[in-house]
Ligand binder design. Structure first.
Ligand SMILES: Cc1ncc(COP(=O)(O)O)c(C=O)c1O
Length: 431
């Protein structure tokens, strides 16, 4: 539980042996000063896209001022654009723990995944199988389902509804020698469950299948390590981890070279560029590097002894994980005192390592849009609906009733915001 003294003013918080300074964090994000009807805006909408630190805004502006051109020209701004893309790949390589040439940029995770599925699908035949899950965002389901047109069979793994975790026995049953790819989310964007991706990767590989990880929701909460996971592909979207609206893909070199994306003939044939269809949003690629550097800067604040960017990222995530867990405990404990609240997912504090700080619930007979609208007028931004986690929303029986209300806590949120939310919900149920 976060101490009461942290509730009104930005203070230092101990994160293990290191220090996490919420005041410094919030100063980096200009939009956090927004007011709504005289209330400070509380951005609890992070799972749909986080706010952006000034460093990211500056990098995008600087690109326009000093480097705006297309790639591979024989002049200054074009050369600068090429250099900027290389340094953004290097930043994402530190973020993923991979080589810079294994990083692909794209417009968003959904578009990247459709393109990759189409390329992988070129090598599949009728009767081949792909495993997806009930817990996933539809962007990690629909691109694979599109291959049903070729006769590919999609197997869907069930969840345990009581705690919204993947049913691993069912997963083991669904993976077989026919499985060519297993597509699993790292963390659920609706209920926050973190999946045992390492274990699932081993199961996929033991069956000779590729492992595709959707880390979009995990990326703002936990450090990604594709080497340790040994996954074949992993995607995430910088706009969910304090960067601009884009997507990124990690792919093992051998796969990026072997699978053939659909492309125009004059564009480079070599990976990773052959995967980057058309002209990229270069100004936003500049912003991606700045987002990674922002997280690293936070890490250096928490632990000045770190030696490189990867270590700085690790220090940042260690500190933010502990801070976010404190906020989440406070939120869950507080929600449980509100009459009629039904929380979906893990609520047992002993199991908080299995979840991140994104929480969904329903409140009595109330439609989630009604609650989100009430909160929105008080400057508290939450999301209502299914957030495209359609299979999960249907499985939990809420799809026909407006889905759920989702509160997303990231490292720039505060205990005071959690308390404001809880007070507003109490007011809502008693009004
Ligand atoms: C878990 C998850 N996967 C995939 C997506 C789709 O990402 P994008 O908007 O980059 O296509 C989202 C977006 O909310 C998400 O939360």
């Amino acid at each position: 539980m976060v101490g009461k003294e942290t509730m009104s003013t930005p203070v230092m918080q101990s994160a293990g042996t290191k220090t996490f300074e919420i005041g410094w964090v919030r100063e980096q994000f200009p939009s956090l000063k927004l007011q709504v009807n005289g209330h400070a805006a509380a951005f609890l909408d992070g799972p749909a896209g986080t706010q952006v630190p000034k460093q990211v805004m500056d990098a995008i502006q600087n690109y326009f001022v000093s480097a705006n051109a297309n790639t591979y020209g024989a002049f200054l701004t074009s050369r600068r654009t090429n250099e900027m893309i290389l340094s953004a790949r290097a930043a994402m390589a530190d973020f993923f723990n991979c080589d810079a040439n294994d990083v692909v940029f794209g417009p968003n995770m959904t578009t990247i995944t459709f393109a990759l599925a189409r390329a992988i699908g070129r090598e599949l035949k009728a009767g081949d199988e792909i495993v997806v899950t009930t817990l996933d965002h539809d962007a990690n389901v629909a691109p694979w389902r599109a291959l049903e047109e070729k006769g590919v069979v999609i197997r869907r793994v069930d969840i345990r509804e009581a705690d919204c975790t993947l049913d691993l026995d069912d997963l083991k049953r669904k993976i077989s020698s026919k499985t060519k790819l297993v597509a699993v989310g790292y963390a659920s964007n609706m209920v926050g469950t973190i999946n045992p991706v390492l274990e699932i990767t081993k199961l996929a590989h033991a069956a000779g299948a590729l492992m595709f990880v959707d880390a979009v929701h995990y990326a703002p909460h936990g450090l990604i390590d594709v080497k340790a996971l040994d996954c074949d592909f992993l995607v995430c979207s910088p706009y969910k981890f304090f960067g601009p609206h884009m997507g990124t893909l990690y792919g093992k070199r051998e796969h990026l070279q072997r699978f053939k994306p659909y492309k125009v003939r004059p564009a480079p044939d070599v990976s990773p560029e052959c995967w980057e269809t058309g002209t990229q949003v270069q100004e936003l690629i500049a912003g991606i590097a700045a987002a990674v550097d922002y997280i690293a800067e936070l890490g250096r604040h928490c632990d000045p002894t770190v030696k490189n960017r990867r270590e700085a990222l690790l220090a940042a995530y260690r500190a933010t994980h502990q801070y976010e867990t404190g906020l989440m405990s406070r939120l869950i404990e507080g929600l449980q005192t509100i009459p009629g609240v039904q929380i979906f997912g893990i609520t047992d504090a002993k199991r908080f390592d299995e979840r991140c700080s994104t929480l969904s619930f329903r409140l009595g007979h109330h439609h989630p849009t009604e609650i989100a609208t009430f909160l929105g007028e008080l400057g508290i931004f939450t999301w209502d609906g299914n957030f495209y986690a359609l299979n999960l929303s249907e499985c939990l029986g809420v799809e026909q009733r407006g889905g759920v209300l989702r509160v997303g806590l990231v490292h720039y949120n505060t205990a005071e915001e959690v308390d404001r939310l809880l007070a507003a919900l109490h007011e809502f149920v008693t009004k």
